[in-house]
Design a protein around this ligand. Structure first.
Ligand SMILES: [Zn+2]
Ligand SMILES: [Zn+2]
Length: 99
């Protein structure tokens, strides 16, 4: 039943976002290089683990995106991207059960 859900909702949505990059790459945080834990989207649209990007900004004066280098005047308030977190949970379950 998880698989059906994964294909119907998670996988097709993820596949649309991911092409032509492999799906797993889309779920990896560029700071810890692991699959997101509590993914959050910053204002430029890039995603990181909440704790990774908070930690990254703690070490810098300016809040900038580690990927596109866009800087944000004030430190943005970050929230966990629940829709994305759900897809990742499904993905993780899928990987653990079938690979
Ligand atoms: Zn991370
Ligand atoms: Zn960015």
């Amino acid at each position: 039943m998880n698989i059906v859900y994964f294909y119907d909702v998670g996988f097709s949505r993820a596949a649309n976002m991911a092409l032509p990059v492999p799906v797993e790459e889309q779920f990896k945080c560029c700071i810890c290089l692991d699959i997101f834990t509590d993914p959050t989207s910053i204002p430029c649209g890039h995603n990181f683990c909440l704790y990774c990007i908070e930690g990254y900004w703690d070490t810098r004066k300016a809040c900038e995106c580690p990927l596109c280098k866009e800087t944000f005047g004030r430190r943005p308030k970050l929230r966990i991207n629940l829709g994305y977190a759900e897809i990742i949970e499904i993905y993780k379950r899928f990987v653990i059960e079938y690979f």
